[in-house]
Design a protein around this ligand. Structure first.
Ligand code: C2E
Ligand code: MG
Ligand code: MG
Length: 692
């Protein structure tokens, strides 16, 4: 036997030590082993010496032991967890620590060591590892990726699923938290860090954050990251945190879509009514605060409905798209252009210096809209009417500004469309009046408040009265005379125009019959007919009825003419044309009123059943030698004649106008120069003279 026997004193010490103590020389020969160690092993020192130290170590730990022992011989320190075989042949985990004894020259190196039983800790660790694997597996199996972050070590382990989620192979991502942090969307970083800090600080029990991660292929994925700190140090600092990534890209896309649909118009992509209100509210608050000025422009496309009805919704949509682009192009990029639905758009102009600025923009839009729209093969004309209200001049609240812009728009439309109206306090009065009048109008017919006046239409050369236009008058019981420009639109919007129009026809038909029989055999009377009368359901039946009446009364030889407006033709509706044909075949003449104010061009008039064309007063008003209006009148007359139409000039007030029109070859004239619209008796007197 080699080695040194323990001295008596130290031998007693050894006996008392609960810890296993041992002394090994460089060649692993144990020269000393405490009784507790020998007990544990179930060996005597001699048996241990015979067996050899390596033999009591678990075979799987022997290789590592050899390596560590070699190191220990160099550095004089040994440390290792290994399994030792006990007296029953079971292995137990021991923490082995040893230190080289100070050696004198020539003495061989010896290490004095201890064993501490760490089986309990090792088992717990194993269980933990197993549990780790289990929950990781569970999380991964529902499609989530798992991360496991050792915070102090700056190590983060990513599961295969998480890497696959972003398109990476395991070798392409380092196990470091900075890898995914660097791939987090810059806009989402700050919130993510806040959420993380809140959890680290213990303010929220579970970390939860939604952010975007850049995938290998350059695309972004929306993910929901959830996690929890599972161990902290004595100071409460987080040591380890585990969590998951759930791919929520689809949900986010759906949410974004729904949000977009709720806030933007699907066709044009412009903000919708709701978004406009939101923005306007903010802008008004800012304007209120900074004393700014702001304008609201209500834009309505004139004749859009006609395009939609005749060319179809696809074309209507195409038109709206182009209109939206044109409006956008008229304003600065930061201004809001919204689509309110249908053919209504709204523009908010902020930072105005004065309201003239808003009007300039409105004019620009009107001009942009007047240009032809090219829809596939078709060229279509619409125009825009615009109502403006200005903060703070016309109101401070949203509702007020909306209402006033609406009223201004109404006035713009009423004034013949393709123009802009500006809100004035009078407009509010006017709106109120319209509402009251509209109610009163229901009583007008049954109460006998309506009547017709007749205005002579003379042959241009001789001033002989050939025709007359029947013009409707309303004498309101308390307000007196109300002009047709005011009440006809009310009758149209309430539908009363059908009933009233029928009455006008019956009146005029009986009147022309009477005058023809008594005073003027060739007299012709024209009545104005609203587009609403053509469009309403019984339009065709009404016209059949009119034809029948005219025939019964013997008036089917051109005694009656119908005046229609260009708007009606713009519909390009075959139904309208059919109704016009019915009337013509029944002996009515068709006259196109107010020519030149709408957008019909002479070149397509031949498509319609028209006999007469009335040049609008606006062109006549400014007639002077050498004017553009004169050139225009001449052109209209020449073209009309070529198309086989006769021409009536409206609103002839002066001798000069009369002469210019006569020399331009105009067939008929109507206007104050010849006669004002007159009640039946007065017109009868004029008719007796024969000339005007
Ligand atoms: P309109 O068909 O263009 O009628 C001509 C208008 O010009 C009439 O206005 C007439 O009084 C006016 N006028 C005639 N000569 C002159 C002139 O020399 N100078 C000026 N400044 N004006 C002149 P009124 O009677 O106020 O009628 C306005 C409009 O109301 C008519 O325009 C027509 O569109 C509509 N209207 C009138 N009666 C009826 C009706 O029975 N049914 C329908 N649907 N509309 C009607
Ligand atoms: Mg007329
Ligand atoms: Mg007219």
């Amino acid at each position: 036997m080699s080695g040194h026997a323990p001295e008596p004193a130290s031998s007693a010490l050894l006996q008392a030590l609960p810890q296993q103590l041992w002394l090994l020389d460089a060649s692993l020969q144990p020269s000393l082993a405490s009784p507790s160690l020998l007990d544990f092993l179930g060996l005597s020192l001699h048996e241990l010496q015979t067996l050899g130290w390596r033999q009591i170590i678990h075979p799987l730990d022997r290789l590592e032991f050899d390596l560590r022992w070699q190191q220990a011989l160099l550095c004089g320190r040994f440390e290792m967890d290994y399994r030792l075989r006990d007296a029953e042949g079971r292995y137990r985990w021991q923490l082995a620590l040893a230190q080289a004894l100070p050696s004198q020259a020539g003495q061989p190196l010896r290490l004095l060591g201890t064993h501490t039983d760490i089986s309990a800790r090792k088992e717990a660790e194993a269980r933990l590892r197993e549990a780790d694997e289990l929950w990781k597996l569970a999380l991964e199996s529902v499609g989530d990726g798992v991360w496991d972050w050792y915070i102090q070590e700056d190590v983060e382990i990513y599961s295969a699923r998480i890497l696959q989620m972003y398109g990476f192979a395991e070798s392409e991502i380092k196990p470091s938290p900075s890898e995914l942090d660097a791939r987090t969307h810059p806009e989402d970083r700050a919130q993510m860090e806040l959420d993380r800090a809140a959890h680290f600080a213990g303010q929220v029990p579970i970390y939860s954050n939604e952010h975007r991660v850049l995938c290998k292929d350059g695309s972004w994925k929306w993910i929901h990251s959830r996690g929890m700190v599972i161990s902290r140090d004595a100071q409460g600092r987080p040591l380890r945190m585990v969590g998951t990534h759930t791919d929520i890209t689809q949900r986010k896309q759906a949410e974004a879509l729904i949000w977009h649909q709720a806030h933007f118009d699907a066709l044009t992509g412009l903000p919708n009514r709701r978004t406009l209100r939101d923005r306007l509210e903010l802008l008004l608050m800012a304007a209120e605060r900074e004393g700014g000025r702001l304008a609201l422009l209500f834009i309505d496309l004139d004749h859009f409905k006609e395009v939609n009805d005749t060319l179809g919704h696809d074309m209507g949509d195409a038109l709206l798209l182009q209109a939206a682009e044109r409006i956008r192009a008229c304003v600065r990029p930061q201004e809001t252009v919204a689509r309110m639905g249908g053919d209504e758009f709204t523009v908010v102009l902020s930072d105005l210096t004065d309201s003239a600025e808003a009007e300039a923009v409105a004019q620009k839009i009107i001009l942009a809209m007047a240009a032809a729209f090219h829809l596939h093969e078709e060229r279509v004309f619409v125009s825009a009417s615009i109502g403006i209200s200005v903060f703070p001049d016309d109101g401070r609240q949203i509702e007020e500004l909306f209402k006033h812009a609406d009223q201004a728009l109404y006035v713009a439309k009423g004034a013949g469309r393709n123009r802009l109206g500006h809100f004035t306090p009078d407009l509010q009065q006017a709106a109120l009046l319209r509402m009251r009048l509209s109610n009163d109008l229901r009583e007008a017919l049954p109460q006998g408040q309506l009547s017709l006046e007749y205005q002579a239409i003379v042959a241009m050369g001789s001033r002989v009265i050939c025709k007359a236009e029947a013009l409707l008058r309303w004498t309101h019981p308390s307000r007196g005379r109300i002009g047709p420009d005011l009440f006809i639109p009310l009758a149209e919007s309430s539908g009363l125009i059908i009933e009233i129009g029928e009455w006008v026809f019956q009146q005029a038909a009986r009147q022309v019959l009477d005058w023809r029989q008594r005073l003027h055999p060739g007299l012709q009377i024209s009545i104005n007919k609203s587009p609403v009368q053509f469009r309403h359901q019984q339009g065709q039946a009404d016209h059949d009825q009119w034809v029948a009446t005219a025939q019964e009364l013997g008036l089917a030889d051109g005694a009656l003419a119908i005046e229609i407006t260009e708007g009606l033709l713009l519909e390009g509706d075959s139904e309208v044309n059919r109704q016009l044909e019915t009337l013509r075949q029944g002996g009515f003449l068709v006259s196109l009123d107010d020519f030149g104010t709408g957008f019909s061009s002479l070149s397509y008039l031949h498509q319609y059943a028209i006999d007469l064309l009335k040049i609008d007063q606006r062109f006549v008003r400014n007639l002077r030698p050498g004017t553009k209006d004169l050139a225009l009148c001449k052109a209209i007359i020449t073209m009309a004649h070529e198309l086989g139409l006769q021409v009536v000039a409206e609103g002839v007030e002066t001798q000069e106008q009369y002469e210019l029109l006569r020399s331009a070859g105009c067939d008929y004239g109507q206007g104050y120069l010849f006669a004002r619209p007159l009640p039946v008796e007065a017109f009868e007197q004029l008719l007796r003279q024969g000339k005007a």
